[in-house]
Design a protein around this ligand. Structure first.
Ligand SMILES: O=C(COP(=O)(O)O)[C@H](O)[C@H](O)COP(=O)(O)O
Ligand SMILES: [Mg+2]
Length: 416
């Protein structure tokens, strides 16, 4: 009989191989706990161990145990055998690497910082259907950032008012109209009415301005209802859906991705509630890992922060956009969305920081323009054009009235 104990989950000589899922955690061990003791407990509890020494026949043991194989300051590395995981199930993977260990007494805090995903796991997921190619495949953004807006107030507008604001913004120069994260199917603005009338307005604008536009309608709901709403988007001729990926959960994201494959719809991932996991730098799950998971599950765009230029402490993980674009066993790159307190006066520094392969979303920074939504959209487009041409915004504003007014109102900073 073999006793499995915590020490069996610690081996600092182990060198992970290409089939392992390798996770990096920062941990704060409990008062009476060494880093080694805490690391072995993290590896045990997140794979196939528990607190009591177990008695199993060696030949029954399928070596599903994780190995804490690296300790460097407050950072530990844990390698997980691929056989521990169910192919294609993000919930099961997270129940291992971000499950019980988040609450175990052996650590006062623990944060999942990064994952290195083996091909044996990534091959079980679809990845993005379009990713950054939406700019050219579904829109006419070419090499400039895609511009988006969300009507404000975030909820409460009637369908007619919502569509009117959307049409103004599209005519002013944004590519995408986006629902806000808490606008779904409410009496004041029912889902299918808003969908149908917004897409009809989109078609009118495309016809008039000769540039492709589209609508990120928020399909967030119970999973079966979401799948039905994805079908409705396809029936009405939409090109995208928006999903609040954290609040609806990863299984639902996987179901929506599967349905969007059938209809050729791109997925815009809003991350409302992410800050419950990633805001504290000493506990939870980093936005980098959330973005990795979202990419595996197959979103095409995801909000990843504003390089500190916006209103939200939105955890601009250093290099996160590199990861979203970086190679991961052939997964398509995901389009980073910068949003939250943005307005024309910060676009130049935003592009300097994040590049042009991004989506810039501005709500208040368009609809709060002194001359209204149409002018606000024009000002955002003008600021983008100026930045791509390398012309200082103030100089470009001399003969672009809408940008000039925006800069007079907001300058180059964002109020919190
Ligand atoms: O509605 C907005 C921004 O509106 P506004 O442009 O008026 O600030 C988005 O929900 C936030 O950007 C989400 O934050 P994040 O992008 O960090 O997930
Ligand atoms: Mg919002």
């Amino acid at each position: 009989m073999t006793g499995i104990e915590y020490d069996d989950f610690l081996d600092r000589e182990y060198d992970p191989d290409s089939t392992d899922l390798v996770c990096t955690f920062t941990i704060d061990p409990a008062e009476d706990m060494s880093m080694e003791a805490a690391a072995s407990r993290v590896a045990s509890e997140s794979s196939n161990g528990t607190w009591a020494a177990l008695h199993v026949d060696e030949d029954e043991l399928t070596h599903l145990g994780a190995v804490a194989c690296g300790i460097d300051g407050d950072e530990i590395t844990v390698a997980y055998p691929a056989e521990l995981f169910e192919a294609g199930s993000m919930p099961q993977i997270l129940s291992c690497i971000a499950g019980n260990i988040m609450g175990m007494k052996a650590v006062d805090a623990i944060r999942l910082e990064d994952c290195e995903w083996p091909g044996s796991i990534t091959s079980g997921f679809p990845g993005p259907q379009f990713g950054t190619s939406v700019a050219r495949e579904k829109l006419d953004a070419g090499d400039r950032p895609i511009l988006a807006t969300v009507p404000k107030p975030k909820v409460g507008l009637s369908t007619d008012a919502h569509v009117r604001v959307g049409e103004e913004a599209w005519r002013g120069g944004v590519d995408l109209l986006k629902d806000d994260e808490n606008l779904t199917d409410q009496e004041f603005n029912p889902f299918e009415d808003r969908l149908a009338e917004s897409l009809a307005a989109r078609d009118r604008v495309e016809e008039d301005v000769g540039e492709r536009k589209d609508y990120l309608v928020n399909v967030t709901a119970e999973t079966n209802e979401m799948v039905e709403r994805v079908d409705l988007v396809a029936e009405h001729g939409g090109g995208f859906v928006m999903v609040d990926i954290i609040t609806c959960g990863w299984s639902a994201v996987q179901s929506v991705r599967d349905r969007c494959e059938k209809h050729g719809l791109a997925i815009h991932a809003h991350r409302a509630m992410h800050a419950a996991f990633d805001r504290m730098d000493h506990h939870g799950v980093s936005m980098r890992v959330i973005a990795q998971i979202a990419r595996l599950c197959g979103v095409d765009h995801i909000h990843t922060g504003t390089a500190g230029l916006g209103k939200l402490a939105n955890e601009d993980t250093p290099g996160i956009n590199d990861w979203l674009h970086g190679d991961c066993h052939g997964l398509d790159p995901v389009l980073p969305v910068a949003s939250g307190g943005l307005h024309p006066g910060v676009v130049d520094r935003l592009i300097d920081a994040l590049g042009t392969d991004i989506c810039i979303q501005a709500g208040g920074g368009i609809h709060g323009h002194p001359d209204g939504t149409h002018a606000g959209a024009k000002a955002l487009r003008q600021a983008t054009d100026a930045s791509l041409e390398g012309v200082p915004l103030e100089e470009y504003a001399q003969d672009h009235a809408e940008l000039r007014t925006a800069l007079q109102k907001w300058g180059s900073e964002t109020p919190r």
